[in-house]
Design a protein around this ligand. Structure first.
Ligand code: HPA
Ligand code: ZN
Length: 350
């Protein structure tokens, strides 16, 4: 038999867009587009400190994680009602369907909203209604992951968990996000233990700006099933061995890392090195309204900048299914869909 024909480089962006994939690291508040910020501000009669959408977009120039978070929390202030949260998640999920995202595990930050007096019922009610509809409307399987803000106390996280428990069946897990440096995972050891006892999945941001030690803590103290970002792991060979042997996935966000200057430029992103090290790396958008692109743009940009190939694309899609918390039968169906797309694009074998 002849070997499979090589994939023409021009076909790679089309293949990346067409292939089914899971998105496992998307903050729903980070999908709040400037246009929706203005629409919601008008809905609620809120005055914004920017004259128009373009002026707001111009403020999206970040130097590090904190400079982004300051603007991100400011933007979230227009989210007030159940309808707002429903509209926000509905818009993301409609967009996800066009990008051939078959599974979305969506982070939300309840403390950002409850601290402003927005009831937990509005936050989880609106988001979960959009997620429940996504399957029939768009063919997207969607689930929610509640994130604790790590710049706040563990006491605050416990209170947030208690407030959310009446909606326990509407989220599948918990995560840890916000300002990483100075807020190590071990600060949240007890609340994560309680979440595990409740049968929740646990994930944590670690090793975005923070050191490899934070990734060790996320694994050993929080017992995280996935590490969000985790790109700093390559500075610690024992940690890389641990991640490879355990198969704990990394949810990598290339455009986020570029915009927040985790790497000097996208060409020097370490996604290829993570895959070469045998790690279960995935590609994700993090906060697409702020970082210049949704999931397919992340794939396109990082592949163009680093020279990854169709073989890597298949691996990343497979990794995204395996790293998801979706039922095994769904994962098997998505793998078959992936094979069909690769066949259609003339790529056979691994
Ligand atoms: N890191 C930490 N917290 C966040 C992020 C991130 O990339 N995006 C939204 N909250
Ligand atoms: Zn994130």
């Amino acid at each position: 038999m002849n070997p499979p024909p090589p994939l023409a480089p021009d076909d790679l962006p089309a293949l990346l867009a067409a292939m089914p994939k899971a998105e496992l690291h998307i903050h729903i508040e980070g999908s709040l587009e400037p246009e929706m910020i203005f629409a919601l501000a008008a809905r609620h009669g809120v005055a914004l400190p920017y004259p128009d959408v373009e002026a707001l977009r111009r403020a999206y120039a970040f130097s590090d994680l904190q400079s982004f978070l300051d603007i991100y929390y400011q933007g979230a202030d227009v989210l007030r009602t159940e309808q707002d949260f429903y509209d926000l998640a509905g818009a993301y999920l409609a967009r996800a369907a066009t990008e051939n995202i078959v599974r979305a595990e969506i982070f939300f930050d309840p403390q950002t909203h409850t601290a402003r007096g927005v009831p937990m019922s509005a936050v989880i009610g609106g988001l979960s209604r959009a997620c429940a509809e996504a399957d029939t409307r768009h063919g997207v399987s969607a689930a929610l992951i509640l994130c604790f803000l790590r710049h706040l106390s563990e006491r605050d996280a416990f209170d947030t968990l208690e407030q959310a428990l009446p909606w326990r069946e509407h989220f599948i897990g918990v995560g840890l996000d916000s300002s990483e440096l100075g807020h190590p995972p071990e600060k949240f050891a007890r609340v994560f233990a309680r979440c595990r006892a409740l049968g929740l999945h646990v994930v944590a941001h670690a090793g975005e700006e923070g050191p490899p030690d934070y990734i060790w803590q996320a694994l050993d103290v929080l017992k995280a099933e996935r590490i969000d970002h985790g790109v700093q792991c390559l500075h610690d060979t024992a940690l890389v061995r641990r991640l490879a042997a355990s198969g704990v996935p990394l949810t990598v966000c290339p455009l986020s890392n570029q915009k927040l200057r985790v790497f000097p430029d996208l060409a020097r992103h370490n996604l290829g090195a993570l895959l070469d090290a045998g790690l279960c790396a995935t590609v994700n958008s993090d906060d697409p309204a702020y970082f210049g692109g949704y999931l397919n743009q992340n794939f396109r940009s990082v592949f163009a900048a680093t020279g990854l190939t169709a073989r890597h694309a298949r691996q990343l899609a497979l990794n995204s299914f395996k790293a998801s918390f979706a039922p095994a039968a769904d994962q098997a169906r998505w793998r078959e869909q992936l094979d069909a797309v690769f066949e259609r694009h003339g790529v056979r074998g691994g």
